[in-house]
Design a protein around this ligand. Structure first.
Ligand code: C2E
Ligand code: CA
Ligand code: CA
Length: 773
């Protein structure tokens, strides 16, 4: 494109150059030709001038010859001879004068061109200037020629210029001698017309130029002029050529241009016209070039624009691809922002959004919305024992089962971990909600098959209704969560509606938590010790450490309340360590009196990272100097149900250290007893609810009896908790339960009180304790 434009430009440039060159050539050639023509014309004019001069000089030479011949004429000689002889006029001299005059007339008549005389008159003057004879007049005596000296001294015939009243007059003159003596002068007055005839042999107006015969000393004498016969007399200064006419005092001058030089194509006007023509042409060429270059610029601009357009469109394509990619990515992000990648269910974000929408609709249509918060009960068991891959399989399976319960208008979402939210619209009453919750639990009831193992997972459900339990998505979710908490704490695999009391609970828990966090540093905690008694001897053989919190703000707070909270918030680790440390210190103190068994309650949460517990225990045993066999850790069945291999390992390690392990609140938890064989337990602590029922409740009695039997069979020690009456003691004796705790023997005591009790025991307490022994 640009190359083509460049080619065009070059072509135009070349054409312009050629045109200007052509014009210059034309002007040059014109000028040269003109100069040559002028030269030629000048040469011609010069030649013409010389030719005319030659003719003129010949003419004047003839005239001089005429006079010379006349001067030597016999008639003149005769006259002068007669004069010299002294002949008088009256006699012979007159006759000879007449003959002389006749001779002059005859000569005048003789010398003619065509039928016109060359001389106007021919006169003979005496030496003193007095005319003797004249061809025109018989009475010559009146004529005079004043200045003859010029002629007399010339010694030869001459051409003279005389002044007539009518203008300059040419004369041919010759001295007349007789016997060597100057006698006079013959002067022939030349007819000017004859001179002009000689000068212009052609028709005068055809002459190439104008001529003038000039006299000496620059005085203009238009003796003969051509075309300018009537113009102002030319001067020597205006002549273009001049040449002396030989044999005369005249100069022949040429005026005006040679005619050939005036032809139009050699005229300067022609050159001027050419030059003038060259100006617009050059301007045109310049304009053309400029336009072309402007064109070029335009073209370049257009091409640049085109290139830019191309680049832009190229960029556009890339951009579109980029935009498409981004869109895809954004959609992916949006999906990730709204969907759980594992189950492909809406996530918390979208769930809250859907719940909000459902509430809006329900508000318009006067309907209820049910927010069902669900937590899988034993997800951790699978996740911790089989790994996350198995956990994922379980979650997907659970999601699929939950999906069978929901309708299209409902929402099933995974909030994270093993938590799900189900939003049901068009609920009319709490009865609907209960049915739905039952359906959900039923869907999760059948065992999950994961890696060839069967798992009973179950779920806990908390429910909140719009508008009863909240009118925003957040409020409903929060309250459903509170209800869920309650369901979990009431033993799992159940559902619970939210109640305002729960909300109060939840608020209390919040307050509790914030105070509990400062309990240790504010010195609000202490440990009490409840004696463990040998039922046969009624001796104190040990103590159970129980934590007490005397809050400045809340008063006495039961561990039943704050321990689960501490477990939820994680403060439990701090509390466990603190209790262990206090208890070990106290037990070490009592060791001076009597070594006692020290039982400490250990939360199942401690086995999430059992290595910490192990380290703490080891450190405290060493520090306090307690024998490992003195320490007993009370664990709950819940830990064992969810026991992972790591828990088993930790229990084994504790056992290997020589530490005793007991199952607390035995009988209230899950009835899978296989763990008693799998883990190295030493003691079962029969829950006080059974112990306290042995007198009135045959089932409780049977259970306690069975537990005692089983323990015996497994080689485990049994401890009855919460013994309050002697009847209970008697029953325990019957079923051979050797050890007990309870208010009957002692309430939990402070360390100091315990110390005192131990000091008093031998003389005083023992007999009372050993009643019946
Ligand atoms: P637990 O381990 O079963 O502790 C025995 C509970 O029964 C204690 O309640 C004790 O005061 C109470 N008790 C003892 N004898 C009798 C009796 O004859 N009649 C009645 N009605 N109650 C009796 P406490 O101290 O309120 O403890 C409640 C629960 O708190 C404990 O149950 C235990 O699970 C937990 N707990 C207490 N201290 C700690 C601790 O330091 N760490 C952990 N993890 N849990 C603790
Ligand atoms: Ca206990
Ligand atoms: Ca207990």
């Amino acid at each position: 494109m640009q190359a083509r434009a460049l080619g065009n430009n070059l072509a135009i440039l070349a054409m312009g150059g050629l045109l200007v060159g052509y014009l210059l050539l034309l002007i040059g050639v014109g000028a040269l030709g003109q100069a040559q023509l002028r030269n030629a014309a000048e040469r011609e004019a010069h030649f013409d001038l010389e030719k005319r001069e030659a003719v003129l000089s010949y003419f004047f030479a003839e005239r001089r010859d005429d006079m010379a011949m006349l001067a030597e004429d016999r008639a003149l000689e005769t006259y002068f001879a007669n004069q010299a002889l002294g002949m008088s006029m009256a006699y012979g001299l007159r006759a000879s004068l007449l003959s002389l005059r006749e001779r002059l007339v005859r000569l005048k008549q003789l010398k003619r061109v065509g039928d016109i005389d060359v001389y106007r008159r021919i006169t003979l003057f005496r030496g003193d200037g007095q005319a003797l004879a004249d061809s025109l007049s018989e009475e010559a005596s009146s004529m005079r020629w004043d200045n003859l000296a010029e002629i007399l001294t010339a010694d030869r015939p001459v051409i003279l210029i005389g002044q007539d009243p009518g203008g300059p007059q040419l004369h041919a003159a010759a001295p007349v001698r007789y016997k060597g003596q100057l006698q006079g002068v013959v002067i022939g007055t030349i007819d000017s017309q004859r001179v002009l005839d000689a000068l212009y042999p052609e028709q005068r107006d055809q002459a190439a130029q104008e001529y003038a015969l000039l006299g000496p000393s620059g005085v203009a004498m238009a003796l003969a002029t051509g075309n300018r016969a009537h113009g102002p007399p030319p001067t020597a200064r205006t002549a273009i050529f001049m040449t002396a006419v030989s044999g005369t005092p005249l100069r022949l001058a040429a005026y005006a241009e040679p005619r050939s030089g005036q032809r139009y194509f050699t005229s300067p006007w022609f050159l001027a016209a050419l030059f003038l023509l060259a100006i617009p042409v050059s301007f045109g060429v310049w304009r053309l070039l400029r336009m072309n270059s402007q064109n070029l610029v335009l073209q370049a601009l257009t091409e640049a624009a085109q290139r830019q357009r191309d680049a832009l469109s190229e960029r556009n394509v890339l951009l579109q691809a980029e935009v498409a990619k981004r869109l895809e990515y954004e959609q992916l992000l949006a999906r990730q922002a709204n969907f759980d990648p594992l189950t492909d269910l809406p996530n918390r974000n979208l769930a809250l959004d859907r719940l909000t929408q459902a509430i809006k609709r329900a508000r318009r249509e006067q309907l209820r919305v049910l927010a069902m918060f669900l937590d899988l009960d034993h997800f951790k068991l699978v996740n911790d024992s089989l790994g996350h891959g198995a956990g994922d399989v379980l979650l997907r399976e659970a999601a699929a089962r939950l999906g069978t319960v929901t309708r299209d208008s409902d929402t099933l979402a995974r909030l994270g971990g093993d938590e799900f939210l189900l939003v049901f619209t068009e609920i009319h009453n709490a009865g609907n909600a209960e049915l739905l919750a039952t359906e959900v639990l039923n869907a999760l009831r059948p065992p999950f098959h994961i890696r060839n193992q069967e798992f009973f997972i179950g779920a806990s459900i908390g429910m909140a209704l719009y508008p009863d339990d909240g009118d925003t998505a957040e409020a409903l979710l929060k309250n459903a969560d509170i209800a869920l908490y309650r369901a979990k704490h009431e033993g799992r695999n159940r559902f619970h509606f939210f109640t305002t009391a729960m909300d109060t609970d939840a608020r209390e828990r919040l307050a509790l938590d914030s105070h509990l966090r400062h309990a240790i540093e504010r010195d609000e905690l202490h440990v009490v010790y409840q004696p463990l008694v040998d039922l046969q001897s009624r001796h104190i053989i040990g103590v159970e450490a129980l934590l007490r919190w005397q809050s400045a703000a809340l008063g006495n707070v039961s561990p039943v309340h704050f321990i689960p909270l501490a477990e939820d918030t994680g403060i439990i680790h701090e509390l466990t360590a603190w209790v262990l440390q206090q208890a070990c210190t106290a037990a070490a103190q009592w060791n001076r009196q009597r070594p006692l068994r020290l039982a400490v309650n250990i939360s199942a949460k401690e086995f999430v990272h059992p290595e910490k517990l192990l380290a703490t225990v080891e450190r405290l045993l060493t520090a306090s100097g307690l024998a490992p066999a003195q320490l007993e850790l009370e664990l709950t069945e819940s830990l064992l149900v969810q026991a992972t291999p790591a828990v088993g390992t930790a229990l084994a390690q504790l056992h290997d250290m020589g530490i005793r392990l007991s199952v607390d609140d035995f009988g209230t938890g899950y009835s899978a007893l296989s763990y008693l064989q799998r883990f190295p337990f030493d003691t079962l602590k029969i829950d006080r609810s059974f112990v306290q029922g042995v007198e009135d409740n045959p089932a409780s009695a049977a259970l306690v009896r069975a537990i005692a039997k089983m323990a015996e069979a497994l080689g485990l020690e049994t401890v009855a908790e919460g013994v309050e009456t002697e009847d209970q003691v008697r029953f325990l004796g019957e079923v051979q339960c050797p050890l007990a705790q309870g208010y009957l023997f002692s309430r939990p005591l402070t360390a100091a009180a315990m110390q005192q009790l131990l000091e008093r025991e031998r003389p005083a307490v023992r007999p009372r304790l050993l009643v019946g022994n």
